[in-house]
Design a protein around this ligand. Structure first.
Ligand SMILES: NC(=O)c1ccc[n+]([C@@H]2O[C@H](COP(=O)([O-])OP(=O)(O)OC[C@H]3O[C@@H](n4cnc5c(N)ncnc54)[C@H](OP(=O)(O)O)[C@@H]3O)[C@@H](O)[C@H]2O)c1
Length: 361
């Protein structure tokens, strides 16, 4: 297991946390987990759309420690104001739909790259102690602009530690695969298509890394007490075939192949071969260490180097989810017609977090 510096419950006590993109799939579940399970001083939700904030507020039972801030990560002044008195930042705000990023490339760059720079600048100016940015396997050898912008965001977050100079602000990233049931993911699409009797997949051989929202949130929380700055943390995750996901959700349906989409990969990578040379392996995760760590590398002495030529890909992974395990992960009662219909979108579905190995901190 990767070493944890202090229990997360102690770390969070009395902390003020800023969560950009707090009304998204990750943000809503992160907020719920914090409210249900942890003591903390305040959580600031930072996002643009007032309706999403209104709806989120209405769903929460207790909002005493939650502050809803309207703001855009493209606006450095607003971010700076929001960052006053903050101890920890989780940066989840992003444009993440591949076609939208391709069609509106300047907008994707502004939100995902310039927005990341603004988060870094404001965090340094306000001496925020720990900043974690969410990234994706699509940032590895990117095949589309979404992945390319997240690749840049990772680079500038890692190097943000150099900009901090003598200040205590430290930046790290977490990089993971597809989140089951997040907004715009294939699960809500399959649930919708289920009624028509036909599920569409782009290619039958396609594979992906998958995790639940619960696992994503736990992974991020765990890294808060582990990070020293400059790491990209990658959880060990299972792979699954897209056709198995279709079978798990709607075994009675036919599967129609509609062809791979522009910018789509058949298989995803979470660690590229060239990154594996500076990556350390643990039982539950990998840590990609910074290559230019002028701010002083303090961690990683307990990890194991990877073998030459290692790359972590969804098709060559040694851990696969069966259709049955997928059903458990989705909380599906297949055949009874209630395959997570009420809750998959808000991430409140059952998840089997005992699946090995734990990706929790
Ligand atoms: N979902 C996945 O499968 C997955 C996998 C790997 C990594 N990730 C990463 O995880 C993060 C969160 O993903 P998610 O699934 O929670 O996304 P999501 O559901 O689409 O939520 C995105 C959030 O960002 C906010 N946002 C968008 N543009 C913004 C801007 N310019 N300024 C401020 N807020 C902005 C949105 O609210 P407003 O529209 O109201 O501003 C929303 O709260 C993203 O960085 C994504 O790249 C996701």
């Amino acid at each position: 297991m990767a070493k944890v510096r202090e229990p997360i419950s102690e770390f969070l006590r009395d902390k003020v946390i800023l969560l950009t993109g707090g009304t998204g799939s990750f943000g809503r579940h992160f907020t719920k987990v914090l409210l249900d399970r942890f003591d903390f001083k305040a959580l600031r939700i930072f996002s643009r759309d007032e309706l999403k904030q209104f709806e989120m507020r209405a769903q929460l039972s207790n909002t005493d420690r939650i502050r809803f801030l309207i703001g855009d990560v493209r606006d450095p002044g607003r971010l700076s104001r929001a960052m006053e008195g903050v101890d920890v930042v989780v940066h989840a705000a992003a444009m993440k739909q591949v076609p939208a990023c391709e069609y509106n490339p300047f907008e994707a760059v502004k939100t995902n790259i310039l927005g990341a720079q603004h988060v870094i600048d404001a965090s340094i100016d306000h001496q925020v102690r720990r900043v974690i940015a969410l990234s994706t396997d699509k940032a590895v050898s990117p095949a589309n602009l979404y992945g390319a912008t997240k690749h840049c965001a990772e680079k500038i977050f890692v190097q943000g530690n150099s900009y901090a100079g003598g200040r205590a602000t430290r930046f790290s990233c977490v990089r993971y695969g597809n989140v089951l049931g997040s907004r715009g993911s294939v699960v809500p699409l399959f649930l919708k298509q289920r009624q028509s009797g036909v599920l569409t997949v782009t290619d039958e051989s396609m594979t992906r890394f998958w995790l639940t929202l619960e696992q994503a949130v736990q992974f991020v929380l765990g890294r808060m007490t582990q990070m020293y700055g400059g790491e990209i943390f990658v959880p060990r995750l299972p792979s699954m075939k897209i056709t198995d996901l279709a079978k798990a959700i709607a075994p009675e349906c036919a599967i129609e192949c509609v062809g791979i989409r522009p910018g789509e990969k058949l298989h995803e990578s979470m660690i590229a071969e060239d990154e594996s040379r500076h990556t350390l392996e643990y039982e539950d995760l990998f840590t990609i260490m910074p290559e230019y760590a002028e701010w002083g590398r303090q961690n990683g002495r307990d990890g194991k180097p990877l073998r030459d030529g290692f790359c972590y890909r969804s098709d060559t992974n040694d851990w696969w989810m069966s259709v049955e395990e997928l059903r458990v992960m989705l909380g599906c009662q297949v055949g009874e017609g209630d395959c997570g219909t009420h809750s998959v979108q808000d991430g409140a579905y059952a998840s089997n977090d005992s699946l090995r190995p734990a990706v929790v901190g």
